[in-house]
Design a protein around this ligand. Structure first.
Ligand SMILES: *Cc1c(COP(=O)(O)O)cnc(C)c1O
Length: 387
């Protein structure tokens, strides 16, 4: 019996043809397809600028750098996320802290954020940036977070690695209505892929210039940005310490082709999610609760095993794995990782909802080509372990 992964890419003949065309063209990188992909992203998301990069981790790093996060600064994020949402702050020499999740949406709880901000103001240790994560693709409560950012003066990065194609109050994720920069990932398990890849979107011209500069070594060829008049046509200046975080045209061609099917792909994920919702409705599980007037990108379909289930999470997980269903857990709270434990003094008791979530979560398979037969099999096996 073949195994069922928790997520996988969906590659069409059009995708293959688009990549082949770049391989036969003059530019494998720094050619015209990267800006074409960026324009398609910006248009889809109603953002002024999209900056394509080598992966979302690089995009998060550049976003922190563009917002001038540095040594002594503080960045807050959700504990229930991939480590990259927090590591980006450490790359800049800043410190990291976490805000507990809402037990229904599993995203950063704006009430917990508000009370932590109040305490932080009292001790003069407010965050410079808050990285919010649209877990599973479900949009965070951005209006509340945006209001707090104005009140307390911090910047907001949306880690939307799970959420391209999603909508918040009728508008696309990525339009940065309540944030400064939004980041997407195009890893193959995510919603659309470029193999490896990411992007940072913003409405702000200055931030976009910084993102582009830092993506390519901090080097400029714009005379207006230079200290000196150009020595000649070959001339460029390094004016900041940047990186090589560029996306190739090969990757961008795949992304551009994939982006044409974005709406269909997300709609298919919703169809599968609704089917899971009804097949699992009578089982001892907590399903995700969506904020009103939001449309999830549905990168992940997570269920939480109830205490009253016949078996605990680990047994259910191991049973499903032995059936060839490659379930996963997203995520281990970031503060539990040894690297964080050794450097900081986080107490799990300060994050009771994250701890409860982590003790119970399982990500079920979710990708466009998952068949109804496979889904029925997954639900039947799950039922056998839970009841
Ligand atoms: C996948 C992911 C990232 C990192 O994406 P890469 O493109 O692999 O660097 C960051 N944050 C979250 C929430 C993710 O799921």
């Amino acid at each position: 019996m073949s195994t069922i992964p928790y997520g996988r890419q969906h590659i069409t003949q059009d995708d293959i043809d688009a990549v082949s065309a770049v391989l036969r063209s003059d530019f494998l990188t720094q050619g015209p397809v990267v800006p074409a992909f960026e324009q398609a992203l910006a248009e889809h998301c109603q953002a002024k600028h999209a900056v394509a990069v080598s992966n979302a981790t690089a995009a998060l790093h550049l976003a922190c750098r563009a917002l001038q996060v540095g040594a002594g600064d503080l960045v807050w994020t959700s504990p229930i996320t991939f480590v990259a949402s927090a590591n980006c702050a450490l790359y800049c020499g800043a410190d990291v802290d976490f805000v507990d999740i809402d037990p229904r949406t599993w995203n950063m709880d704006p009430l917990a954020l508000a009370s932590k901000l109040e305490q932080a103001r009292d001790i003069g240790r407010l965050p410079k940036v808050v990285v919010v994560v649209h877990l599973c693709g479900q949009p965070c409560d951005m209006r509340a977070i945006g209001a707090l950012s104005r009140e307390y003066g911090f910047k907001v990065i949306e880690d939307a690695s799970h959420a391209i194609g999603g909508r918040y109050l009728g508008e696309p994720i990525g339009n940065c209505r309540y944030s400064d920069i939004t980041v997407f990932s195009f890893h193959p398990v995510k919603i659309i892929t470029t193999g490896e890849g990411g992007a940072a979107l913003t409405q702000d011209d200055v931030l976009a210039d910084r993102l582009r500069l830092l993506r390519s070594h901090g080097i400029t060829r714009e005379a207006s940005q230079m200290d000196n008049p150009p020595d000649g046509a070959w001339y460029y200046e390094q004016i900041d310490l940047g990186f090589n975080y560029r996306m190739t045209d090969i990757q961008a061609a795949l992304g551009l082709s994939q982006a044409r099917h974005l709406e269909q792909v997300v709609a298919r994920r919703h169809q599968l999610a609704q089917r899971y919702d009804s097949l699992l409705a009578d089982l001892p599980l907590q399903l995700s609760w969506q904020l009103p007037d939001t449309y999830s990108g549905l990168h992940l379909y997570v269920v939480l095993v109830d205490e009253k289930a016949a078996r605990g999470r680990k047994e259910v997980f191991d049973g499903l794995r032995s059936d060839g269903i490659l379930v996963n857990v997203h995520y281990i709270p970031v503060y539990r990782h040894p690297y964080y434990r050794q450097r900081f003094t986080f107490r799990p008791a300060d994050f009771p909802h994250a701890e409860n979530y982590y003790a119970r979560a399982i990500s079920l398979p979710m990708y466009p080509q998952l068949t109804h037969e496979q889904q029925d099999f997954i639900c039947e096996r799950l039922r056998s372990y839970l009841t």
